[in-house]
Design a protein around this ligand. Structure first.
Ligand code: AFP
Length: 365
């Protein structure tokens, strides 16, 4: 006997204080996204057998080479959003402009923004990848949405979530009423037969991020491009017991933000893709709308914090659909500390200090 609520049952309970019609529209919309993600999970799970490994011979709007699975995941999301009567249009990391729903552009009350396949450099290595999504209100419902209809701060999101395609397929979701975690029950459904996909079951309610941590994640190969507050924070972590933090830290880097955030959801931690000086026109690597804002909402709803270094990411109003931003998120006490380093006018930790404390650069005699 099944003892765990389905996605639809759990959402009905989670949204019990909402106006019933609105709650149903949101449940339908999230169900469409979950349906698409169950399909992506099937294809990703088949690995090379699905014929979806390797480059697609095309580029996305940012001029980055697309993988076959990027393209396929994007198509699956588009198809299922088209079937959802409540979505007027959507914007994907893979397309330069937003897309209008063919049937519901003048009717839908929501806009959906998504990164269909985050961490796609990991596909062939069979390391976890994910999908990130965000549901925004279509403020001028009844009128055709334009690109600027999407440029709303993360605080306006109605729902946000990610799906992690790892050993298990897991969806972490928030409708601004805490964070729920679902697992795809792959024993159900008719995988690959074109029939019903597997069912999502609630496996954790009220997900909370531990406020303290001894673990951080950053791409250390960019160290020379980081700004001083980040140099200071990482140097102090790396100095461990003998440094000012007086405790040893551990480091992880998966190169898949979904996997990174999921680890933080389960055991706390800090994830940073900070501002750097590599390309002055790109102050960060990650996209505000497809990655930073939805993850910020999930992290904040789980009691953590998400900032660009100085300001909360949820307050940042996008300038363009594909805007990139610095991202620092995770356990609240650590993020508060990092923000205080950014705010400190007497911040005087020098590159030299980092050099003498870092594990990446040998201490000088
Ligand atoms: P891809 O989807 O292009 O692999 O990018 C993944 C990502 O946006 C994010 O998931 C990672 O945290 C970050 O890029 C990894 O970046 P590095 O390649 O610099 O490690």
């Amino acid at each position: 006997m099944r003892d765990k609520p389905t996605l639809q049952e759990a959402l009905a309970h989670n949204l019990r204080d909402a106006e019933p019609q609105e709650a149903q529209a949101l449940i339908d919309t999230i169900s469409c996204i979950a349906y698409a993600c169950a399909r992506i999970s099937e294809v990703a799970g088949l690995g090379v057998l699905a014929g979806a490994h390797g480059l697609a011979d095309s580029e996305n709007s940012q001029g980055e080479a697309q993988k076959k699975l990027d393209v396929l995941a994007d198509e699956l999301m588009s198809q299922h959003l088209e079937d959802c009567g409540h979505v007027a249009g959507w914007a994907s990391e893979e397309h330069e402009c937003h897309l209008l729903s063919r049937r519901h552009a003048r009717k839908g009350g929501y806009l959906v923004v998504y990164d269909p396949l985050d961490g796609s450099s990991n596909i062939e290595a069979n390391i976890s990848i994910g999908t990130i999504f965000s549901v925004l209100p279509h403020v001028y419902q009844g009128m055709l949405p334009t690109d600027s209809s999407y440029l709303q701060p993360g605080s306006e999101q109605i729902a946000a979530g990610y799906v992690l395609y790892g050993p298990a397929t897991i969806m972490v979701l928030s409708c601004k009423r805490g964070v729920l975690m679902f697992t795809l029950d792959k024993r159900t459904g008719q995988g690959g037969q074109g029939g019903e996909p597997a069912r999502w079951l609630l496996t954790q309610e009220d997900v909370r991020i531990a406020p303290h941590t001894k673990e951080f994640a950053i791409n250390a190969s960019n160290q020379r491009f980081w700004e001083k507050p980040v140099q200071r924070y990482i140097a102090e972590c790396v100095a461990g017991e003998s440094g000012p933090r007086m405790k040893d830290f551990n480091m992880r880097w998966v190169a898949s933000m979904v996997a990174e955030v999921h680890r933080i959801m389960t055991r706390g931690g800090v994830f940073m893709y900070p501002r750097d000086t590599r390309e002055p026109r790109k102050p960060g690597r990650l996209r505000l709308m497809y990655e930073a804002a939805p993850m910020a909402m999930l992290v904040e709803q789980a009691g953590g914090r998400a900032v660009n270094g100085t300001h909360d990411l949820l307050e940042q109003v996008p300038d363009t659909l594909h805007q990139r931003v610095p991202v620092i998120l995770g356990s609240r006490d650590e993020i508060d500390r990092i923000v205080s380093y950014h705010a400190d006018p007497h911040e005087n930790v020098s590159w030299q200090l980092f050099k003498t404390r870092s594990l990446f650069v040998q201490p000088q005699a």
